[in-house]
Design a protein around this ligand. Structure first.
Ligand code: UT7
Length: 332
């Protein structure tokens, strides 16, 4: 068994606060609707800097917290579904900024499940003994993907970054990742290539309907009900699967750090699992859904508050566009 030690964490939260009141100034919505349907009170928006800036700041803090020389980092994994560039990968920008000259770099995109995927990749790389210190960064600027006239979606998301430095340990670690590509239209944000595409969409039936050039189609599109239903079942099933792998019962789990998409989704899934509310960490009230950054931001808050104890069994669970899902139980 080879598990992980989380030796450092960091996060970056933009300064600009968009509370529910601000949305009711330009949309037919209210603090009451948003709070009762989602649990969100406010979210942060990055107004003046690119996404990679947040990732770099979170990475610098995690490296400082881990008290390591950046040159000892063997691999940088950045999770982002809202990158600033198609290429290079965001991890190369982080590498340059933090001076991790010896690190291999690549990005991971499984949308909101991204931190869980990246952590699981890190654990697999650590197993090889070729990589000993891995920096994982999840940085998301979802405000770039939002149609601020769509009241059902734009109130859900915010911007933030979180990071963690991990090393190998001999503590228990169990994971599962899954996907349901059939449901990709439930949540997507399309690259706007139409301008350069010489073919008619009838010639590419797979893309039928997605090549709509109306400006709104470049923003995040979602069937909220379908995602909601998928999320509750996927989170419940993923946690049950990793508990079974480790021979755990729900009482063995000390802390659950779920993806923060909707407080009702978290409540329903954790209720189905029968886990005590006091063991479930939420910060969606303050940040909204910051996609793959949700879990590392929460991890960093918990670490700074002294709430992570040696030997704790922590469960990370999430879902996202794809649709993807995954869970990890790690003794930290
Ligand atoms: O990381 C994954 C990303 N995606 C998600 O997390 C989405 C998951 N889904 C959800 O969280 C929920 O489905 C939503 C929050 C998106 C919607 O909540 P809901 O309880 O499923 O509401 P609904 O879609 O059934 O809408 C109920 C009503 C509708 O009005 P009518 O048709 O009943 O008259 C909506 O038009 O609420 C209306 N509505 C709003 N009203 C005020 C939708 N958005 C708003 C709003 N303010 N912001």
């Amino acid at each position: 068994m080879v598990g992980i030690d989380i030796i450092g964490t960091g996060s970056y939260i933009p300064e600009f606060i968009a509370d529910n009141e601000k949305f009711s100034n330009f949309l037919d919505t209210s603090d009451e609707w948003i709070t009762t349907r989602t649990g969100i009170k406010e979210r942060r928006i990055m107004t003046d800097k690119p996404n990679y800036y947040m990732g770099i700041k979170a990475a610098e803090k995690a490296i400082g917290d881990a008290k390591i020389d950046p040159k000892s980092i063997d691999l940088i994994l950045v999770s982002s579904c809202s990158p600033d560039f198609f290429y290079p990968s965001m991890s190369c920008l982080v590498q340059k900024a933090v001076g991790a000259d010896n690190a291999a770099c690549f990005d991971v995109n499984s949308a909101c499940t991204g931190f869980i995927s990246a952590l699981d990749i890190a654990q697999k790389y650590l197993l090889t003994n070729q990589y000993n210190t891995i920096l994982i960064v999840a940085t998301e600027r979802l405000s770039n993907h939002l149609d601020y006239t769509d009241r059902s979606m734009c109130i859900l998301f915010g911007d933030a970054a979180g990071a963690a430095v991990v090393k190998k340990s001999d503590k228990p670690y169990y994971s599962m990742l899954g996907a349901s590509g059939d449901e990709f239209k439930a949540l997507y944000c399309k690259v706007d290539y139409k301008a350069n595409c010489p073919f008619h969409e009838d010639e590419m039936p797979f893309y039928n309907g997605l090549f709509d050039t109306e400006s709104k189609k470049r923003y995040l599109q979602s069937d909220g009900h379908a995602v909601y239903k998928f999320a509750v079942n996927a989170m419940n099933n993923a946690v049950r699967k990793v508990m079974e792998m480790g021979g755990y019962t729900i009482d063995d789990i000390d802390l659950v750090i779920p993806h923060q998409a909707n407080l009702r989704i978290i409540a329903k899934a954790t209720d189905m699992l029968g886990i005590d509310n006091s063991k479930v960490y939420t910060n969606i009230q303050r940040f909204g859904n910051v996609s793959s950054a949700c879990i590392p931001v929460a991890l960093d808050e918990l670490k700074r508050e002294g709430r992570l104890r040696n030997g704790m069994k922590v469960c990370f669970v999430g879902f996202g566009a794809g649709l993807t899902y995954g869970a990890i139980i790690a003794e930290i």
